[in-house]
Design a binder for this molecule. Structure first.
Ligand code: P1T
Length: 387
């Protein structure tokens, strides 16, 4: 008899990361899920097939990843997409022209651009509010509000939203709470435990962890809502290829090994920066000087490797960005290698300058994604760059 890991078994996070969603391959028993490079599946007779008809609708490699991440988030249904952005776009297709969405005012620049430059013109309306304050979410609710979308911690300002409070306000208004859990990952934060309805990721980041693919993932608990997103996934077709799914699946197997190291390096680098430029300039939820440190400590079990620092001027920012040798100047985050970036001209360039200024995404702001290298080397690299 084939031994099959029971996804419903009460197991630890690491065991789920390695096993959940995966079955020995039926032909030879290969322990690793194969990359099913196929566009279609041969049917035995008209209407008689193995549950697979066409690879936009279903692919076994993709399904393994979907089940795996769903198990890590504590959800029931996972849906993989071609990018984190395609994932948000498909989630928004749950709504209709005339519907109102409340969105955190600090989110990834591409999420804002999708809403403001594309979806708004299709009849969805968006209010951008500071979701750190649940009162502001409540005040923005209208009879047409269908969803509240938050990132926590936010990119790049590391703002924290109290998910339980946000869920309460959203549900009172008859709206869904949608959470971008990319920065925290399910290793440090489980939005479903706080009442979220949809949790999504750019799997490009920590879940893959090796900076070698682009992908997105939505996880849901409600069967009826999941059925609608399954329809959208197939009907709109923003699906990832099987090789990218396989890379992401390889990544999640070590999520529980990588995240503690990202967190440890993040804490050490944040402490070094706070000492060097003053805690008021360093934005990291793990620092006691972070205005929402207490909430972060309550809601998350770790803080990860993302840190922002305001160096005051673009010139000072550029000097540091161009002098690091281990932290590479690049967009993206969450890989094993450390990256450094300039949100105002890179990830958040699509946010209008006056809006950026109002939020605090200044020209002097730099963002670090601490990888899992040796901490002594990371600190020496910063020491050199800040000299
Ligand atoms: O890049 P993509 O896979 O489409 O994911 C979009 C996305 C969604 N949500 C968050 C919180 C993100 O950070 C991103 C992508 N962010 C970057 C590319 C970046 O460097 O911040």
């Amino acid at each position: 008899m084939t031994r099959i890991f029971d996804d419903d078994l009460e197991t630890g996070f690491g065991t789920r990361a390695i096993h959940a969603g995966q079955r020995p391959e039926p032909l030879a028993g290969a322990i690793m899920t194969p990359v099913y490079l196929t566009s279609t599946y041969v049917q035995d007779a008209l209407g008689r097939h193995k549950g697979y008809e066409y690879a936009r609708s279903k692919n076994p490699t993709r399904e393994a990843l979907e089940r795996n991440v769903a198990a890590l988030e504590g959800g029931r249904h996972g849906f993989a997409f071609a990018s984190g952005t395609a994932c948000v776009d498909s989630i928004m297709k749950l709504f209709q022209s005339g519907d109102h969405i409340i969105c955190g005012e600090n989110v990834y620049g591409g999420t804002f651009r999708l809403f403001d430059r594309l979806l708004r013109h299709l009849g969805l309306s968006f209010s951008y509010v500071d979701t750190r304050d649940p009162e502001q979410i409540a005040r923005a609710c209208t009879p047409k509000t269908r969803a509240v979308l938050v990132e926590t911690p936010t990119n790049p300002l590391m703002w924290i939203t109290d998910l339980s409070e946000a869920a309460k306000v959203a549900h009172e208004a008859g709206a869904l709470l949608i959470v971008d859990n990319t920065f925290a990952t399910p290793y440090f934060q489980r939005p479903f435990q706080h009442g979220a309805d949809i949790v999504f990721h750019s799997t490009t980041k920590y879940l893959n962890g090796h900076s070698d693919m682009i992908g997105g993932m939505a996880v849901l608990r409600d069967d009826a809502l999941a059925e609608r997103l399954a329809f959208i996934q197939n009907a709109a077709g923003a699906v990832p290829g099987p090789f990218d799914c396989w890379l992401a699946l390889r990544g999640t197997k070590t999520l529980h090994l990588r995240m503690p190291r990202h967190d440890e390096n993040g804490r050490r680098v944040a402490a070094w920066l706070a000492e060097r430029v003053g805690p008021e300039r360093v934005i990291y939820p793990g620092l006691e000087s972070h205005p929402q440190h207490a909430l972060a400590k309550r809601q998350m079990t770790g803080y990860g490797g993302m840190i922002s620092v305001d160096l005051g001027t673009r010139e000072r920012a550029a000097r540091v960005l161009e002098r690091t040798r281990i932290f590479s100047l690049a967009e993206s985050l969450g890989g094993v290698e450390s990256l450094i970036s300039h949100p105002a001209t890179m990830t958040h360039a699509s946010v209008p300058p006056e809006r950026r200024a109002q939020l605090g995404i200044t020209d002097g702001l730099i963002r670090l994604s601490c990888g899992v290298e040796d901490i002594g080397d990371l600190l020496a690299d910063l020491e050199h760059a800040f000299k």
